[in-house]
Ligand binder design. Structure first.
Ligand code: NCC
Length: 275
């Protein structure tokens, strides 16, 4: 039917964006000290997973009781410094991947090199480049200096799986959002949440995205792990968050009870759509 046709078209457009991390062969890294610190391995070993969970950090996860269900997924992705200890009932305890923005990696308050939160899992850090910048431009002027602690962590844990997102992807995703949004978006990169989705759709049979589309538990509370109120966390001010969420909702195959009562959307992995 025409509904599926629209969804398939969107997926095919999304699929054309190759989610890429920085490789040893990319300049300027190829010719500087970071070259040998970049893992030779591929992000998620190019492996295919069956069920994947993207756990937003939304305050509406509080009292969701979704922890056990989240942990039942083959892969669980979380963001930044979002904890699980003490919040297991609502968010679970399993973590396979963490996506970190460059503030979390670089600012001392997040204790990136010390905290166990960042150990023995796959890590992917990102930092915004300008829309037109090359990797050279980005490397010489990152928004937050992600490179120093990247190197320090990789030296401390040489076997770790810690990757840097190629910032070009941010703008490819932004173009994709803009070309499917009725309103004009500010030129700011998508939130870590949308990056999580873009990272997993190529690798998973299906992805459940928790409290990204706000459910009936919607609250002013920004995060499930602290008490600060800020509705902008849910609807967006700096990131094109509303556009991300609406686009994700158009790819959602879960029914409204699941989406708005239980609090998650289900998206089919890219392998499931022929383009
Ligand atoms: O808050 P943050 O996001 O770490 O949340 C991770 C992802 O969860 C989704 N989310 C979060 C809260 C909420 N009420 N609804 C949601 O849907 C979003 O998809 C979000 O991306 C980020 O994206 O990296 C962000 O990081 C924070 C902050 O830097 C880190 O938490 C570290 O403290 C940003 N906040 C600030 O800089 C003040 C936020 O804008 C984006």
């Amino acid at each position: 039917n025409h509904l599926n046709k629209y969804r398939n078209q969107l997926v095919c457009e999304f699929k054309r964006i190759q989610f890429t991390v920085i490789r040893r062969s990319d300049e300027p890294f190829k010719s500087n000290y970071l070259r040998d610190l970049i893992p030779k391995k591929k992000f998620l070993d190019n492996r295919q997973y069956n069920s994947c969970a993207v756990v937003s950090s939304a305050g509406s996860l509080t009292n969701s009781n979704l922890g056990q269900f989240i942990d039942s997924h083959d892969l669980v992705l979380r963001f930044n410094h979002a904890p699980t200890v003490g919040f297991e009932k609502d968010v679970g305890s399993k973590t396979t991947v963490r996506i970190l923005n460059s503030q979390v990696v670089s600012k001392s308050e997040f204790k990136f090199l010390e905290d166990n939160l960042y150990r023995n899992i796959t890590l992917l850090a990102w930092d915004p480049s300008n829309y037109t910048s090359t990797l050279e431009d980005w490397y010489s002027r990152p928004e937050f200096n992600v490179f120093t602690n990247y190197a320090a962590y990789r030296r401390q844990f040489p076997k770790s799986k810690f990757f840097l997102l190629n910032p070009r992807i941010l703008w490819q995703l932004w173009d994709f959002l803009q070309s499917n949004s009725p309103s004009r978006l500010r030129r700011n990169p998508p939130s870590s949440g949308f990056l999580g989705l873009a990272a997993l759709l190529p690798r998973c049979e299906y992805v459940n995205v928790f409290e990204y589309m706000p459910s009936t538990r919607v609250t002013k509370r920004c995060h499930y792990y602290d008490t600060k109120d800020n509705p902008a966390c849910t609807f967006g001010v700096w990131h094109p968050l509303a556009a991300e969420k609406l686009l994700t909702y158009s790819l959602n195959i879960a029914n409204d009870t699941t989406t708005f009562d239980r609090g998650f959307m289900t998206l089919l992995g890219f392998k499931r759509t022929n383009c």
